[in-house]
Design a protein. Structure first.
Length: 305
């Protein structure tokens, strides 16, 4: 055989069957061919390899030395081709890979923490890198494989990416449990709008947007305002600040649920929430491992989780 490109894969299958069966008749039956068709393939094999390959015997045929030399390489080649054509399989328990997730510190606490706990139980060999989200470079980082998933909002998700809604989030008001305003609100009266506006607040703004946010816009629509005396660019420091002061904060409910030592109340006005989505690129869309990982994320952190 001096030209691999012109080699018919069916000829190799025929050679493999003849080597296993030592019979033209049985090899033909195994491949679903007629005996004349199998004999024709044997003729072509002899021409290709310049060797008889099989000679007649009292019962069937016996391979020549050249045929025996070809037996293992042909079987390995056919096994490799068969594996190549089979759907890729993913076994979580034995998987070893790295998953890169782009997330804000809110998403890290509210989403990534429960997801990582479930992942550790079911796929302990998968490593996870949690990286900052950069909206302006999101698509590029997903294309290049710097990120596999991004936990974002619909308005920050490029149209060319795959995206699926994870949950809708709403805001709540939090303060330390022994805050002067917490006792009356916790007695069943809730927070009145007057008390809400009289509190001093800490505000989180990732972009360093200053001392006003979505809550202030909602208050302004009612002709009211509040006092924001501190703004920070991360949720991670916020619980410690609230526990050590009389400051209150309006934060996403899923974040507040994990803050120890703090009381949580419904705000006395409607504050627009937001939707959290998961975005990924076409390069991982059909990959079995990534499909499994995405489903685990939605099972552990989705709306019904």
């Amino acid at each position: 055989m001096n030209d691999l490109k012109s080699m018919d894969l069916n000829l190799l299958k025929a050679l493999d069957a003849l080597l296993d069966e030592h019979s033209v008749t049985r090899a033909a039956a195994r491949l679903g061919l007629t005996q004349p068709a199998m004999s024709g393939m044997l003729t072509r094999l002899r021409e290709r390899f310049g060797d008889p390959l099989f000679v007649r015997a009292q019962r069937g045929v016996v391979p020549t030395r050249r045929a025996l030399e070809l037996a293992q390489p042909v079987k390995q080649l056919l096994r490799g081709i068969d594996a190549l054509l089979q759907p890729d399989r993913f076994e979580p328990a034995s998987a070893a890979m790295t998953l890169s997730i782009g997330a804000t510190d809110y998403a890290l606490r509210a989403i990534a923490v429960p997801f990582l706990a479930a992942l550790r139980r079911q796929a302990p060999g998968i490593r996870v890198a949690v990286l900052p989200v950069e909206d302006e470079r999101l698509q590029q980082r997903l294309e290049r494989g710097e990120l596999d998933l991004a936990l974002v909002t619909p308005d920050s998700t490029p149209a060319d990416l795959h995206a699926r809604r994870l949950f809708d989030e709403r805001y709540v008001c939090v303060m330390r449990r022994d805050h002067p305003a917490a006792a009356d609100a916790g007695a069943g009266n809730g927070l009145s709008l007057d008390v809400f506006c009289a509190l001093d607040y800490a505000l989180v703004s990732y972009a360093g947007g200053g001392f006003a946010g979505v809550t202030d816009a909602a208050l302004a629509a009612l002709g009211r305002q509040r006092r924001v005396t501190l703004y920070v660019t991360s949720f991670l420091i916020l619980p410690e600040i609230l526990r050590a002061s009389d400051l209150a904060a309006v934060v996403p409910r899923r974040l507040a649920a994990g803050m120890d030592g703090l009381a949580m109340f419904e705000p006395p006005l409607a504050i627009p929430g937001f939707t959290k989505t998961v975005a990924w690129h076409e390069r991982t869309h059909r990959d079995p491992a990534h499909r499994w990982l995405r489903e685990l994320l939605f099972q552990t952190c989705g709306e019904s989780a």
